[in-house]
Design a protein around this ligand. Structure first.
Ligand code: 5MM
Length: 336
Protein backbone atom coordinates (compact mmCIF):
# COMPACT_ATOMS: atom_id res chain seq x y z
CA UNK A 1 0.00 0.00 0.00
CA UNK A 2 1.44 3.36 -0.96
CA UNK A 3 2.33 6.02 1.54
CA UNK A 4 -0.23 8.42 0.08
CA UNK A 5 -2.97 5.83 0.35
CA UNK A 6 -2.07 5.39 4.03
CA UNK A 7 -2.52 9.12 4.58
CA UNK A 8 -5.98 8.98 2.95
CA UNK A 9 -6.99 6.11 5.22
CA UNK A 10 -5.64 7.84 8.32
CA UNK A 11 -7.75 10.91 7.51
CA UNK A 12 -11.03 9.20 6.61
CA UNK A 13 -11.23 5.76 8.29
CA UNK A 14 -12.84 4.92 11.62
CA UNK A 15 -15.68 7.45 11.63
CA UNK A 16 -13.38 10.33 10.79
CA UNK A 17 -13.73 13.22 8.42
CA UNK A 18 -12.18 16.59 7.66
CA UNK A 19 -12.62 20.00 9.25
CA UNK A 20 -12.35 22.61 6.48
CA UNK A 21 -10.96 25.55 8.44
CA UNK A 22 -9.26 27.05 5.40
CA UNK A 23 -11.41 30.13 4.95
CA UNK A 24 -9.35 32.81 3.27
CA UNK A 25 -9.07 36.05 5.28
CA UNK A 26 -11.88 37.60 3.20
CA UNK A 27 -14.29 34.74 3.89
CA UNK A 28 -13.29 34.47 7.56
CA UNK A 29 -13.87 38.20 7.96
CA UNK A 30 -17.44 37.76 6.65
CA UNK A 31 -17.99 34.86 9.05
CA UNK A 32 -16.67 36.81 12.05
CA UNK A 33 -18.61 39.93 11.02
CA UNK A 34 -21.80 37.85 11.04
CA UNK A 35 -21.33 37.20 14.78
CA UNK A 36 -20.09 40.69 15.59
CA UNK A 37 -16.41 39.89 16.05
CA UNK A 38 -13.73 42.07 14.47
CA UNK A 39 -11.52 40.05 12.15
CA UNK A 40 -7.77 40.12 12.79
CA UNK A 41 -4.99 37.51 12.72
CA UNK A 42 -5.49 37.19 16.49
CA UNK A 43 -9.28 36.73 16.43
CA UNK A 44 -9.10 34.29 13.50
CA UNK A 45 -6.55 32.24 15.43
CA UNK A 46 -8.46 32.46 18.70
CA UNK A 47 -11.63 30.91 17.25
CA UNK A 48 -9.73 28.23 15.36
CA UNK A 49 -7.64 27.39 18.42
CA UNK A 50 -10.80 26.80 20.45
CA UNK A 51 -11.95 24.17 17.94
CA UNK A 52 -8.56 22.59 17.36
CA UNK A 53 -7.84 22.13 21.05
CA UNK A 54 -11.11 20.32 21.74
CA UNK A 55 -10.03 16.79 22.62
CA UNK A 56 -13.56 15.39 22.25
CA UNK A 57 -14.34 17.31 19.07
CA UNK A 58 -11.12 16.19 17.43
CA UNK A 59 -11.95 12.49 17.98
CA UNK A 60 -13.87 12.41 14.70
CA UNK A 61 -11.57 14.77 12.81
CA UNK A 62 -8.91 12.90 10.85
CA UNK A 63 -7.65 15.96 8.99
CA UNK A 64 -7.84 19.74 9.20
CA UNK A 65 -7.46 22.02 6.19
CA UNK A 66 -5.73 25.26 7.13
CA UNK A 67 -5.21 28.57 5.38
CA UNK A 68 -1.68 29.92 4.86
CA UNK A 69 -2.00 32.32 7.79
CA UNK A 70 -3.00 29.60 10.28
CA UNK A 71 -0.36 27.01 9.40
CA UNK A 72 2.27 29.58 10.46
CA UNK A 73 0.57 30.56 13.73
CA UNK A 74 1.19 29.34 17.28
CA UNK A 75 -1.24 28.67 20.13
CA UNK A 76 -1.31 30.78 23.25
CA UNK A 77 1.02 28.29 24.91
CA UNK A 78 3.49 28.48 22.02
CA UNK A 79 2.61 25.24 20.20
CA UNK A 80 2.68 25.32 16.40
CA UNK A 81 -0.80 24.73 14.96
CA UNK A 82 0.27 21.63 12.95
CA UNK A 83 1.73 20.20 16.18
CA UNK A 84 -1.57 20.77 17.97
CA UNK A 85 -3.41 18.95 15.15
CA UNK A 86 -0.92 16.06 15.14
CA UNK A 87 -1.20 15.68 18.91
CA UNK A 88 -4.74 14.32 18.37
CA UNK A 89 -3.56 11.85 15.70
CA UNK A 90 -5.04 14.08 13.03
CA UNK A 91 -3.33 15.16 9.78
CA UNK A 92 -2.57 18.76 8.78
CA UNK A 93 -3.77 19.95 5.39
CA UNK A 94 -3.40 23.23 3.55
CA UNK A 95 -5.39 25.14 0.92
CA UNK A 96 -2.98 25.85 -1.92
CA UNK A 97 -5.17 27.49 -4.54
CA UNK A 98 -5.18 31.28 -4.58
CA UNK A 99 -8.87 31.62 -5.32
CA UNK A 100 -11.48 31.46 -8.07
CA UNK A 101 -10.96 34.37 -10.49
CA UNK A 102 -13.10 35.72 -13.35
CA UNK A 103 -12.68 33.77 -16.58
CA UNK A 104 -11.77 35.55 -19.78
CA UNK A 105 -14.56 35.05 -22.35
CA UNK A 106 -17.01 33.81 -19.71
CA UNK A 107 -16.85 36.48 -16.98
CA UNK A 108 -19.64 35.14 -14.75
CA UNK A 109 -17.74 31.89 -14.41
CA UNK A 110 -14.43 31.38 -12.61
CA UNK A 111 -11.12 29.66 -13.06
CA UNK A 112 -9.18 28.74 -9.94
CA UNK A 113 -5.65 30.08 -9.88
CA UNK A 114 -2.51 29.18 -7.95
CA UNK A 115 -0.29 27.07 -10.21
CA UNK A 116 2.50 29.65 -10.49
CA UNK A 117 5.23 28.84 -7.98
CA UNK A 118 3.19 25.95 -6.59
CA UNK A 119 6.09 23.46 -6.61
CA UNK A 120 8.11 25.74 -4.30
CA UNK A 121 5.14 26.58 -2.06
CA UNK A 122 4.46 22.86 -1.62
CA UNK A 123 7.99 22.27 -0.35
CA UNK A 124 7.45 24.99 2.22
CA UNK A 125 4.10 23.56 3.35
CA UNK A 126 5.60 20.07 3.70
CA UNK A 127 8.30 21.56 5.94
CA UNK A 128 5.59 23.25 7.99
CA UNK A 129 3.93 19.86 8.56
CA UNK A 130 1.26 19.56 5.86
CA UNK A 131 0.60 16.09 4.45
CA UNK A 132 -2.45 16.87 2.35
CA UNK A 133 -3.65 19.83 0.32
CA UNK A 134 -6.81 21.30 -1.15
CA UNK A 135 -7.70 23.06 -4.41
CA UNK A 136 -11.28 24.16 -5.03
CA UNK A 137 -12.74 24.68 -8.49
CA UNK A 138 -16.10 26.44 -8.61
CA UNK A 139 -18.75 25.58 -11.20
CA UNK A 140 -21.83 27.78 -11.59
CA UNK A 141 -25.18 26.62 -12.93
CA UNK A 142 -27.71 28.72 -14.82
CA UNK A 143 -29.48 28.42 -18.17
CA UNK A 144 -26.30 28.98 -20.17
CA UNK A 145 -23.69 27.75 -17.68
CA UNK A 146 -21.50 25.91 -17.07
CA UNK A 147 -19.59 26.39 -20.29
CA UNK A 148 -17.37 23.66 -21.71
CA UNK A 149 -14.56 26.18 -21.27
CA UNK A 150 -15.05 26.50 -17.51
CA UNK A 151 -15.41 22.75 -17.00
CA UNK A 152 -12.34 21.94 -19.04
CA UNK A 153 -10.07 24.72 -17.76
CA UNK A 154 -10.90 23.95 -14.12
CA UNK A 155 -10.42 20.20 -14.56
CA UNK A 156 -7.10 20.82 -16.27
CA UNK A 157 -5.90 23.06 -13.42
CA UNK A 158 -7.04 20.50 -10.81
CA UNK A 159 -5.01 17.80 -12.57
CA UNK A 160 -1.88 19.95 -12.82
CA UNK A 161 -2.25 20.80 -9.14
CA UNK A 162 -2.79 17.17 -8.12
CA UNK A 163 0.27 15.91 -9.98
CA UNK A 164 2.51 18.53 -8.36
CA UNK A 165 1.12 17.68 -4.91
CA UNK A 166 1.83 13.97 -5.33
CA UNK A 167 5.34 14.80 -6.52
CA UNK A 168 5.73 16.65 -3.18
CA UNK A 169 4.57 13.48 -1.34
CA UNK A 170 1.26 14.87 -0.18
CA UNK A 171 -2.35 13.83 -0.84
CA UNK A 172 -4.33 16.21 -3.07
CA UNK A 173 -7.97 16.85 -2.28
CA UNK A 174 -9.72 17.40 -5.58
CA UNK A 175 -12.66 19.72 -5.02
CA UNK A 176 -14.80 20.53 -8.04
CA UNK A 177 -17.72 22.29 -6.35
CA UNK A 178 -20.91 22.62 -8.35
CA UNK A 179 -22.61 25.48 -6.51
CA UNK A 180 -26.02 25.08 -4.97
CA UNK A 181 -27.06 28.66 -5.78
CA UNK A 182 -29.72 28.90 -8.48
CA UNK A 183 -33.23 27.82 -9.37
CA UNK A 184 -32.18 24.63 -11.18
CA UNK A 185 -33.69 21.31 -10.18
CA UNK A 186 -31.92 18.21 -8.86
CA UNK A 187 -31.74 16.60 -12.32
CA UNK A 188 -29.79 19.56 -13.65
CA UNK A 189 -27.38 19.34 -10.69
CA UNK A 190 -26.95 15.64 -11.42
CA UNK A 191 -26.24 16.27 -15.09
CA UNK A 192 -23.68 19.02 -14.40
CA UNK A 193 -21.96 17.14 -11.54
CA UNK A 194 -21.64 14.03 -13.72
CA UNK A 195 -20.11 16.02 -16.56
CA UNK A 196 -17.68 17.84 -14.26
CA UNK A 197 -16.53 14.63 -12.55
CA UNK A 198 -16.05 12.89 -15.90
CA UNK A 199 -13.87 15.74 -17.16
CA UNK A 200 -11.85 15.83 -13.94
CA UNK A 201 -11.02 12.13 -14.08
CA UNK A 202 -10.16 12.39 -17.77
CA UNK A 203 -7.62 15.12 -16.97
CA UNK A 204 -6.31 13.37 -13.84
CA UNK A 205 -5.67 10.24 -15.88
CA UNK A 206 -3.95 12.24 -18.61
CA UNK A 207 -1.66 13.80 -15.99
CA UNK A 208 -0.95 10.32 -14.53
CA UNK A 209 -2.21 11.15 -11.06
CA UNK A 210 -2.28 8.05 -8.81
CA UNK A 211 -5.93 8.01 -7.81
CA UNK A 212 -5.26 5.75 -4.81
CA UNK A 213 -3.46 8.70 -3.25
CA UNK A 214 -6.24 11.25 -3.71
CA UNK A 215 -9.44 12.35 -1.98
CA UNK A 216 -12.41 13.68 -3.93
CA UNK A 217 -14.36 16.52 -2.30
CA UNK A 218 -17.59 16.82 -4.27
CA UNK A 219 -20.92 18.50 -3.75
CA UNK A 220 -23.93 16.32 -3.03
CA UNK A 221 -26.51 16.18 -5.81
CA UNK A 222 -29.11 18.71 -4.63
CA UNK A 223 -31.69 21.04 -6.12
CA UNK A 224 -30.62 24.71 -6.36
CA UNK A 225 -31.36 26.81 -3.28
CA UNK A 226 -34.04 28.76 -5.21
CA UNK A 227 -35.64 25.72 -6.85
CA UNK A 228 -39.36 25.46 -6.13
CA UNK A 229 -39.27 21.64 -6.15
CA UNK A 230 -37.66 20.36 -2.98
CA UNK A 231 -36.08 16.90 -2.81
CA UNK A 232 -36.18 14.53 0.11
CA UNK A 233 -33.20 12.80 1.72
CA UNK A 234 -33.94 9.56 -0.10
CA UNK A 235 -33.83 11.18 -3.53
CA UNK A 236 -30.69 13.19 -2.67
CA UNK A 237 -28.83 10.15 -1.36
CA UNK A 238 -29.81 7.91 -4.29
CA UNK A 239 -28.89 10.46 -6.93
CA UNK A 240 -25.64 11.40 -5.22
CA UNK A 241 -24.50 7.79 -4.92
CA UNK A 242 -25.53 7.00 -8.51
CA UNK A 243 -23.59 10.00 -9.79
CA UNK A 244 -20.45 8.94 -7.90
CA UNK A 245 -20.73 5.31 -8.98
CA UNK A 246 -21.04 6.27 -12.61
CA UNK A 247 -18.33 8.92 -12.75
CA UNK A 248 -15.67 8.27 -10.12
CA UNK A 249 -13.14 5.50 -10.83
CA UNK A 250 -13.24 2.69 -8.22
CA UNK A 251 -9.53 3.19 -7.34
CA UNK A 252 -10.43 6.44 -5.53
CA UNK A 253 -10.28 5.41 -1.85
CA UNK A 254 -12.08 8.27 -0.21
CA UNK A 255 -14.74 10.83 -0.92
CA UNK A 256 -15.36 13.66 1.55
CA UNK A 257 -18.36 15.83 0.76
CA UNK A 258 -18.48 19.61 1.15
CA UNK A 259 -21.60 21.00 2.83
CA UNK A 260 -22.11 23.82 0.33
CA UNK A 261 -24.66 25.87 2.23
CA UNK A 262 -26.80 23.04 3.63
CA UNK A 263 -27.81 23.46 7.26
CA UNK A 264 -25.77 21.56 9.81
CA UNK A 265 -28.47 18.93 10.32
CA UNK A 266 -29.20 18.54 6.59
CA UNK A 267 -25.51 17.94 5.86
CA UNK A 268 -25.40 15.22 8.54
CA UNK A 269 -28.70 13.65 7.59
CA UNK A 270 -27.83 13.45 3.88
CA UNK A 271 -24.37 12.01 4.57
CA UNK A 272 -25.97 9.39 6.80
CA UNK A 273 -28.54 8.45 4.15
CA UNK A 274 -25.84 8.11 1.49
CA UNK A 275 -23.86 5.78 3.74
CA UNK A 276 -26.90 3.69 4.54
CA UNK A 277 -27.17 2.73 0.87
CA UNK A 278 -23.44 2.75 0.09
CA UNK A 279 -22.71 -0.46 -1.82
CA UNK A 280 -19.31 0.71 -3.11
CA UNK A 281 -15.79 0.47 -1.72
CA UNK A 282 -15.54 4.26 -1.42
CA UNK A 283 -15.22 5.65 2.11
CA UNK A 284 -17.89 8.37 2.09
CA UNK A 285 -17.22 10.98 4.73
CA UNK A 286 -17.28 14.75 5.27
CA UNK A 287 -15.02 17.74 4.69
CA UNK A 288 -17.29 20.40 6.08
CA UNK A 289 -16.59 24.05 6.74
CA UNK A 290 -19.84 25.77 7.63
CA UNK A 291 -21.68 22.58 8.63
CA UNK A 292 -19.10 21.90 11.37
CA UNK A 293 -18.46 25.45 12.54
CA UNK A 294 -21.63 27.53 12.20
CA UNK A 295 -23.20 26.74 15.58
CA UNK A 296 -19.90 26.91 17.42
CA UNK A 297 -19.08 30.28 15.86
CA UNK A 298 -22.44 31.68 16.94
CA UNK A 299 -21.91 30.72 20.59
CA UNK A 300 -18.32 31.96 20.53
CA UNK A 301 -19.45 35.26 19.00
CA UNK A 302 -21.77 35.78 21.98
CA UNK A 303 -18.97 35.19 24.49
CA UNK A 304 -15.43 34.66 23.30
CA UNK A 305 -14.39 33.35 26.70
CA UNK A 306 -16.96 30.56 26.61
CA UNK A 307 -14.56 27.91 25.36
CA UNK A 308 -16.47 25.05 26.96
CA UNK A 309 -19.81 25.67 25.26
CA UNK A 310 -18.16 26.50 21.93
CA UNK A 311 -16.30 23.20 22.05
CA UNK A 312 -19.46 21.39 23.13
CA UNK A 313 -21.33 22.52 20.00
CA UNK A 314 -18.38 21.68 17.76
CA UNK A 315 -18.04 18.24 19.39
CA UNK A 316 -21.71 17.50 18.79
CA UNK A 317 -21.37 18.23 15.04
CA UNK A 318 -18.13 16.35 14.74
CA UNK A 319 -19.56 13.29 16.56
CA UNK A 320 -22.81 13.34 14.59
CA UNK A 321 -20.96 13.52 11.29
CA UNK A 322 -18.64 10.73 12.44
CA UNK A 323 -21.71 8.54 12.96
CA UNK A 324 -23.17 9.65 9.63
CA UNK A 325 -19.94 8.63 7.90
CA UNK A 326 -20.86 5.01 8.67
CA UNK A 327 -24.66 5.37 8.43
CA UNK A 328 -25.19 5.17 12.21
CA UNK A 329 -26.62 8.64 12.86
CA UNK A 330 -30.10 8.95 14.36
CA UNK A 331 -32.22 12.10 14.60
CA UNK A 332 -32.83 11.39 18.30
CA UNK A 333 -29.13 11.89 19.00
CA UNK A 334 -29.43 15.57 18.17
CA UNK A 335 -29.91 17.43 21.42
CA UNK A 336 -30.63 20.79 19.71
C1 5MM B 1 -13.94 26.72 4.50
O1 5MM B 1 -14.16 27.40 3.28
C2 5MM B 1 -13.28 27.04 2.23
C3 5MM B 1 -12.54 28.21 1.71
O2 5MM B 1 -13.34 29.11 1.04
P1 5MM B 1 -12.71 30.50 0.46
O3 5MM B 1 -11.50 30.18 -0.33
O4 5MM B 1 -13.83 31.03 -0.39
O5 5MM B 1 -12.43 31.38 1.60
C4 5MM B 1 -14.06 26.25 1.16
O6 5MM B 1 -13.26 25.89 0.07
C5 5MM B 1 -14.57 25.02 1.82
O7 5MM B 1 -13.48 24.18 2.14
C6 5MM B 1 -15.53 24.21 0.98
O8 5MM B 1 -16.38 25.02 0.20
C7 5MM B 1 -16.36 23.37 1.90
O9 5MM B 1 -16.93 24.22 2.88
P2 5MM B 1 -18.50 24.13 3.14
O10 5MM B 1 -18.79 25.28 4.06
O11 5MM B 1 -19.17 24.23 1.81
O12 5MM B 1 -18.68 22.78 3.79
Amino acid sequence: MSELNNIVLKILSNKKGILAADESNGTMTKRLDSVGVKSSPESRLKFREVLLSSEEGMKNIGGVILYDETIRQKTESGKKIPELINSFGSVTGIKVDTGAKKMVNSPVETITEGLDGLRERLEDYYELGARFTKWRAVIHINKSYPSELAINANAHALARYASLVQEAKMVPIIEPEVLMSGDHNINRCYEVTAKVLKECYKELKFHEVDLKGTILKPNMVLPGDRCSIKSNTEEISEMTLKCLKENVPPEVPGIAFLSGGQSEIEATQNLNAINKINDTNFILSFSYGRALQQGALKIWGENQEDVLNTQKIFTQRSKMNGLASVGQWLKELETK
